[in-house]
Design a protein around this ligand. Structure first.
Ligand SMILES: *Cc1c(COP(=O)(O)O)cnc(C)c1O
Length: 386
């Protein structure tokens, strides 16, 4: 019998998805009205330990709204990682601002020391505002990404942003469920520590609404502003008065139905991610010079994506991926760096060496929450036989 296809990361609908979506259809509340969006917002708020969560129709739109709520304006600059999915950075352009790129450390998240070096050596503080000496632009915010469900160094970034008066935006699109188990932020989840945080429920994320996102903030008024902007900035329901330029970034009741069923399973999904990670680690880590990248100490990671570094065989990465594909196993390289993308070549870039190293040598392994341990072993055996 031919081996079944093993996808990289697909949704797992083993809970009450059909029941809740069916209820929504039967109720005829399928669009942006209906009670499930608010229910989903409340459940995410409770799960993340925040007073309020605001639903939107993607992680990308959530990041756009977070930047608007943070007051990032045309001509500003935002410190951002070069090793990330492009949706972390495009919203900076949507608001007319420019990213300044920083490389990563061994966690794959932004290098805190390099971000600090940029602020200290290339910028100056005047009247509690940071300015880039070279461009003269105001540096307003820092966009931090919790890559693959790992946790960026929050104590370092919180101190940096406080000292240099930067808004800290957490792109926690991949990191719902990741939290500190030690240190000053013990018990705090990725996305809830900085000024504003964003989660994604895209189809490949650990829980999905098909497409969707959620914004949380430590400023109650920012969260309400995000809600307002996401709903066309309607100030008067009856008269259709709008008090600023808003967006149609709402989540639908159907999507919220899916999200409610998914959230009920998130801890089970994370537990299974841990089992899969352990299986790959046992089978592959240290073999043939391969290294399964660890998640940080002192956290409970959601372990969304697994990164195998090919070591001396990094140069064979794409052949490696193709050979696995021929065996019906889907893997992928980590994203092309953002400063190498068509529209970002002219932006400033600092300390990119590690980002280049990891970009060149990582292959992401199948990690769906419905992947069996037997299938993970098949993947590992196929890799060892290459
Ligand atoms: C998925 C993702 C996004 C965007 O989320 P969408 O819901 O797909 O718009 C942003 N940043 C990162 C790091 C992501 O992985």
């Amino acid at each position: 019998m031919e081996n079944a296809f093993i996808p990289l990361s697909v949704p797992n609908f083993g809970g009450k998805e059909k029941e809740y979506v069916n209820d929504a259809v039967v109720s005829e509340w399928v669009s942006t009205g209906g009670s499930l969006v608010a229910a989903f917002e409340e459940k995410i708020a409770a799960y993340t330990g925040m007073p309020r969560a605001v639903a939107c129709n993607s992680g990308t739109s959530g990041l756009h709204l977070a930047l608007l709520a943070a007051g990032v304006e045309r001509g500003d600059e935002v410190i951002a990682p070069t090793l990330t999915f492009i949706a972390s950075v495009n919203p900076i352009r949507y608001v007319g601002a420019e990213p300044v790129f920083i490389g990563c450390d061994d966690t794959l998240c932004m290098d805190a020391a390099a971000a600090r070096a940029f602020c200290e050596n290339n910028c100056e503080l005047r009247d509690n505002t940071l300015y880039n000496r070279k461009t003269g632009a105001r540096v307003k915010a820092l966009m931090l990404v919790h890559v693959f469900g790992n946790m960026a160094d929050m104590p370092a970034f919180m101190a940096l942003c406080k000292e240099f008066h930067l808004v800290l935006i957490e792109d926690a699109c991949e990191a719902i469920g990741t939290y500190y188990t030690e240190g000053p932020y013990r018990g705090k989840m990725a996305g809830t520590i900085g000024d504003v945080g964003v989660y994604s429920f895209n189809g490949n994320k650990i829980i999905t609404t098909g497409a969707g996102g959620m914004v949380v903030s430590n400023h109650a008024d920012w969260a309400e502003h995000v809600k307002h902007l996401s709903t066309q900035a309607k100030a008067d329901e009856l008269q259709f008065l709008h008090d600023e330029v808003g967006y149609n970034y709402r989540l639908t009741n159907l999507q919220a139905a899916l999200g409610l069923a998914q959230l009920e399973q998130v801890e089970g999904f994370i537990a299974h991610k841990h089992r899969l990670y352990d299986c790959y680690q046992k089978a592959l880590d240290g073999k043939n010079g391969y290294r399964l990248l660890p998640f940080c100490d002192g956290i409970r990671a959601n372990k969304w994506f697994f990164s195998l570094h090919l070591g001396e065989r990094a140069g064979e990465r794409d052949a490696f991926i193709a050979k696995l594909q021929a065996q019906r196993i889907q893997t992928r390289p980590v994203w092309a760096l953002i400063h190498e993308q068509a529209d970002y070549g002219k932006n400033e870039l600092y300390a990119a060496e590690k980002a280049q190293f990891y970009r060149a040598g990582i292959v992401n392994l199948p990690c769906s929450t419905n992947l069996t341990l037997q299938d993970a072993e098949r993947v590992a055996d196929a890799i060892l036989a290459l």
